[in-house]
Ligand binder design. Structure first.
Ligand code: MN
Ligand code: MN
Length: 468
């Protein structure tokens, strides 16, 4: 008699196929609880870190509280020492010195802390029909209509000619005013709605309303503008010319919220890529005595192509590695060439509402864990580094060994569009690198969605790389 319990076909499938169980069923209740707890602090980080400058400020304070000190190439460091390099207040490198230093290469986790937003132009302020407005130039890949008719805050710095740098955070507090870009009423949008989305809103339409009351006094013209300038002068000590030497960004004002009746997701601004930056930062903080030096980089300018001295096409990581290598008595390029890197960036999560844009078998899904992307790019793998099979194998083994929930994912359907990460710039330094991050719904929207389980798994992956 055949035993009812055995089913040879089922057994063989179990042995040979990838598991089809959903992620949430693979992990314990205890693990889910840990994920939820991890996100309590993440939400604080995200609410503060609207721009890369905000994120560096938060990360430096947290790192210092946890024993990190500013790195000096003149000093020597021993295993377990914790250092950081602050690159112009916009990018940050943290290192926990390993027992072997960088002699056999370093372990790197690199995430970006800039997010799509709306920047002010160098000469932004003007008055039209008794309203004061700012001209803007958007930063990164935004869908322009998503930024209209919603409360915005202004974050950034103004460098004055007396050498003083004024920090501005305006509009976060619901008891103070905020700023806003207006939208056209549907009653008068009959012509606009006939246009393709690309043409319905142009960059020059993204003007921000910043004032409506005139300055009290006897003069003709520009009194609303004068009133705004006089408020800014009183508050921050700046004049109109100071806008030229400023970096001011418009960002959403609302706080991160749990999403869904079960609260399993989090909605917020700037998950891309703070939902990888925060786990990478926490992995650095929790790493105590690694074999190889563990380096976390929080970089800037990814959303505009990684150019500039704070982006990953800059040499600052290379120089830092040279300094570390010199301390260990090895050539910098040898240390770099033996290094391994997780390019910690988000991927597009499969969205059933836009199913035709994805290929279901090779997409990432929320709650299925961290997503590894062997390559990004567009078309026939254009503009990507494409991790080697061997390095994919190494990382996959690491994830399995540590019971970390993971999945594979491409960014959408082939030939539909595409995107890139910092992976290729690190790979070009002759480092083994692969993209590993959190799947995101509504990526680049001012309210992006991620899963609490996925971000926690990202933390566990970066930690495993450092301490494993
Ligand atoms: Mn990103
Ligand atoms: Mn992005």
């Amino acid at each position: 008699m055949e035993n009812k319990e055995t089913n040879p076909v089922k057994d063989l499938k179990e042995k040979l196929f990838m598991s089809s169980k959903t992620g949430m069923q693979k992990i314990s209740k205890d693990e889910v609880k840990k994920a939820d707890d991890f996100c309590v602090e993440y939400k604080k980080f995200l609410d503060f870190s609207r721009t890369e400058r905000d994120a560096v400020e938060y990360a430096v304070a947290l790192a210092e509280k946890n024993g990190f000190v500013e790195f000096s190439p003149e000093n020597t460091y021993k295993a377990g020492d914790r250092v950081y390099v602050n690159n112009r207040g916009k990018a940050l490198m943290l290192a926990v010195i390993g027992k072997k230093g960088v002699k056999e290469g370093a372990n790197l986790s690199i995430a970006h802390i800039d997010s799509p937003r709306i920047d002010l132009k160098p000469s932004p302020l003007y008055e039209a029909n008794n309203l004061a407005l700012f001209k803007t130039h958007y930063y990164g890949g935004i869908r322009k209509y998503q930024w209209l008719a919603m409360p915005l805050a202004l974050h950034g710095v103004v460098a004055k000619t007396n050498g003083e740098v004024v920090n501005i955070r305006f509009g976060d507090d619901e008891n103070e005013p905020c700023l806003c870009i207006t939208d056209l009423l549907p009653h008068l949008a009959y012509e606009q709605v006939e246009k393709p989305v690309k043409k319905a809103w142009t960059g020059e339409d993204l003007n921000v309303l910043v004032g409506s009351r005139p300055y009290d006094g006897e003069d003709e013209g520009e009194l609303v503008k004068l009133n705004v300038m006089s408020i800014l002068n009183e508050k921050y000590g700046i004049t109109e010319g100071d806008f030229l030497s400023a970096e001011l960004c418009l960002v959403p004002t609302y706080k991160t919220r749990d999403v869904g009746f079960d609260g399993g997701l989090m909605g917020g601004y700037g998950h891309d890529d703070k939902c990888c930056a925060y786990p990478a930062l926490m992995a650095a903080i929790d790493t105590k005595l690694p074999e190889r030096t563990a380096i976390t980089v929080l970089c800037d300018k990814e959303e505009t192509g990684s150019d500039g001295n704070t982006g990953m096409q800059s040499d600052y990581l290379r120089y830092f590695m040279y300094d570390l290598a010199k301390m260990d008595g090895v050539e910098g390029h040898h240390a770099i060439s033996k290094s391994r890197c997780l390019s910690a960036d988000v991927n597009a999560a499969y969205d059933p509402t836009y199913a035709s844009c994805f290929e279901a078998k090779n997409s990432s899904y929320v709650n299925e864990g961290v997503v590894i992307s062997k390559y990004t790019g567009h078309g026939g793998k254009g503009g990507t580094s494409d991790a080697s099979a061997e390095f994919m194998g190494e990382i996959r083994t690491m994830l399995e060994k540590n019971d970390i929930l993971w999945q594979v994912g491409e960014l959408g359907r082939v030939d539909l569009g595409g995107g890139g990460t910092i992976a290729k710039y690190v790979a070009n330094m002759n480092v083994d690198v692969v993209d590993l991050g959190v799947p995101v719904l509504s990526m680049h929207a001012p309210f992006e969605l991620i899963s609490k389980v996925d971000i926690y798994m990202a933390y566990r992956a970066f930690y495993a790389l450092f301490e494993g």
